[in-house]
Design a protein around this ligand. Structure first.
Ligand SMILES: *Cc1c(COP(=O)(O)O)cnc(C)c1O
Length: 423
């Protein structure tokens, strides 16, 4: 029976048989036992499926990855130790030294650094683009060695909305996949595969976990990108892997090729696994994701309206507001709401922003976002402080920008708190 997304939040993933635990067990084991040498050998040859070492795969992690895969409508998924690891693997799985990819410049600061600095040291070049540019302008950034296009459904911290269809068209007309970081929207509010994205990544640390309990990440493959049709661009998937018995992933694993390669090669060699304990916490978060997202969006809209009408507020960005620049895109891609995060500027700039933040009582200052508790951050002094003013401007992060992550408390308390801090 095909079920709706709210049901899948609860029921997908772990499917116990008679007498087995109702909740997904934490397989707190590094390794798994086999009866014969031959039985274990077949696993290493990828001839039989089974667990042998938790660095590659673990049953708790797989059950939780399967749930996220189902929520996104994908064919295969894997958990990673963090969102950073997810985005790195998502690109490095198809992009090697000498390769190039295109990313929106309005992305999470950590991802910007990973792409612009660390991957550059590996000989992989990223061109950051203004995601608002028209298609024909964006097309100019493609090169013969371009391997992928990357963007965030809702950008962190500027909360702009990515025009997923535009980016998917651009990527596909140049024979490369579109990778979308869907952390802020979550599959409850947007499923990028339905709009043409090929691969989705998550920092599960945010809404999916939702309780500031466990850092984690996830990669989901739609199975829609035809690697063989662009075989020359993606030799890692379309030619034999000598480090894995000469297997050609795209031939052998079809729609599962991308995730199989990321597991068999990247997890094997880099080892950024999620601990099964963290996967268990993540699963608890997923069980209420649909309820929490709805409340986050309701509360954020009320807070955004309050801020928009406040005399000490210079500007507010929240796509749920009718007057917002991204309202039409939000209506198209996220008709049920965007997320609980909004950004705004306090009149008086950087100093006024800091003074205001220090007066808050319900909302707390943390380097975190998208969880049950209302929290906030000043990117120019916190997450983005390594960036120059020029880079900040390019990323659309004004010096007075406060990123407010509206939680699921009583919204009247949140608004009262903001009122007293302004006063
Ligand atoms: C936080 C975040 C990341 C990084 O995730 P971690 O789990 O902190 O490593 C990546 N993308 C987005 C959109 C994020 O908000």
């Amino acid at each position: 029976m095909s079920t709706k997304i709210e049901t899948r939040c609860i029921q997908e993933g772990w499917k116990p048989s008679q007498g087995e635990p109702r909740q997904v067990p934490i397989y707190q084991s590094t390794t798994f036992k086999y009866d014969s040498s031959d039985a274990m050998g077949k696993l290493f040859d990828l001839e039989a499926e089974g667990y042998f070492y938790t660095r590659l795969q673990n049953p708790t992690n797989d059950a939780v990855a399967e749930k996220i895969c189902s929520l996104e409508g994908g064919v295969a998924a894997m958990l990673t130790s963090s969102g950073q690891a997810a985005n790195f693997y998502a690109l490095f799985n198809i992009c090697e030294t000498g390769g190039h990819f295109i990313a929106s410049s309005s992305i999470y600061g950590g991802t910007y650094n990973l792409f612009g600095v660390t991957m550059k040291k590996m000989g992989i070049e990223c061109t950051f683009v203004d995601q608002e540019l028209p298609e024909e302008e964006l097309a100019k950034y493609f090169r013969p060695n371009t391997k992928a296009v990357f963007g965030e459904t809702i950008t962190n911290p500027t909360v702009s909305i990515l025009d997923i269809e535009k980016f998917a068209r651009l990527a596909h007309s140049h024979g490369v996949p579109l990778i979308v970081d869907n952390t802020f929207a979550t599959p409850i509010n947007c499923r990028p595969f339905e709009w043409g994205a090929d691969i989705v990544t998550h920092s599960t640390t945010k809404y999916m976990d939702g309780h500031a309990a466990a850092v984690g990440g996830c990669i989901v493959d739609s199975g829609n990108f035809d690697w063989m049709a662009h075989a020359d661009k993606f030799p890692g998937l379309t030619t034999p892997d000598e480090s894995y018995h000469g297997i050609t992933y795209a031939e052998r694993f079809g729609k599962g090729a991308y995730i199989t390669k990321a597991t068999a090669q990247l997890m094997r060699d880099f080892g950024s696994i999620q601990s099964p304990q963290n996967a268990f916490y993540l699963n608890l978060g997923l069980e209420s994701l649909h309820l929490r997202m709805q409340r986050h969006c309701e509360n954020a809209l009320a807070v955004a309206k309050f801020l928009a009408s406040h005399e000490k507020v210079a500007w507010v960005h929240y796509a749920g507001l009718e007057e917002d620049k991204y309202h039409a895109l939000a209506e198209k891609y996220m008709p049920n709401g965007t997320c609980g995060v909004l950004s705004f500027g306090v009149k008086g700039g950087r100093e006024a922003a800091i003074a205001f933040m220090d007066k808050l009582k319900v909302a707390t200052i943390v380097t975190h976002v998208a969880d049950a508790r209302t929290c906030l951050l000043h990117p120019a002094s916190h997450t983005h402080r390594q960036m120059t003013d020029e880079q900040l401007a390019e990323a659309g992060v004004d010096a007075d920008l406060i990123r407010l992550s509206v939680g699921i408390e009583n919204v009247e308390d949140i608004i009262e708190d903001l009122k007293q801090a302004f006063a």
